[in-house]
Design a protein around this ligand. Structure first.
Ligand code: ZN
Length: 180
């Protein structure tokens, strides 16, 4: 990624010297003025929302992953807890409130937006839809589907982190009878 980042950040944002160094994919260092800037991992969260025994999933309306499956969720904003951010995203995308958020697992992800590669730490939770008839799609959601989790092909998920978390969910449901 560092070669790509060095072509995106061609100038020091403070002194405008050309070709600042990108070290270990995560630190911009300017030899001219000494600026040190870190590209930090972005926090994101997603929810496996159950409506009865059905899993509520979104079909993505936008790139990256347009047309592929996703869970409701998104980036955590400044000064937000992970749970607050996830509830906000669920409300925006599905127009529903959900039950207590139970932590499931986390996984790293690569998220490319507008040509820029971002590294994220995705945290996944399990919850239940509270209102009976949720689910109005937001702008960035093409369609909302309710599926039997056993019918979902993990390859249909847009992101590697969601695929990993979905397999953890299936294992938890099968081994422990949890979350069903
Ligand atoms: Zn500089």
């Amino acid at each position: 990624m560092s070669e790509e980042l060095s072509h995106i950040f061609r100038f020091c944002p403070r002194c405008a010297a050309e070709w600042p160094q990108i070290q270990r994919d995560r630190q911009l260092l300017c030899p001219s003025c000494g600026l040190s800037f870190f590209f930090n991992t972005a926090a994101a969260a997603g929810a496996f929302v159950f409506a009865g025994d059905r899993l509520v999933l979104c079909v993505r309306a936008q790139e990256p992953g347009k047309g592929l499956l996703d869970v409701p969720g998104g980036f955590i904003e400044f000064d937000e807890s992970v749970e607050e951010g996830l509830r906000r995203e669920i409300l925006e995308e599905l127009s529903i409130e959900v039950s207590d958020l139970r932590y499931l697992t986390s996984a790293p992800n690569d998220y490319r937006y507008a040509g820029i590669p971002y590294k994220t730490a995705d945290m996944f939770f399990v919850c239940e839809a509270l209102n009976g008839d949720p689910l109005r799609a937001a702008d960035d959601v093409a369609e909302i589907v309710r599926v039997d989790p056993c019918d979902v092909n993990p390859d249909q998920f847009a992101f590697a982190s969601t695929r990993r978390a979905f397999l953890v969910l299936l294992e938890a449901m099968q081994k422990q009878g949890l979350f069903a």
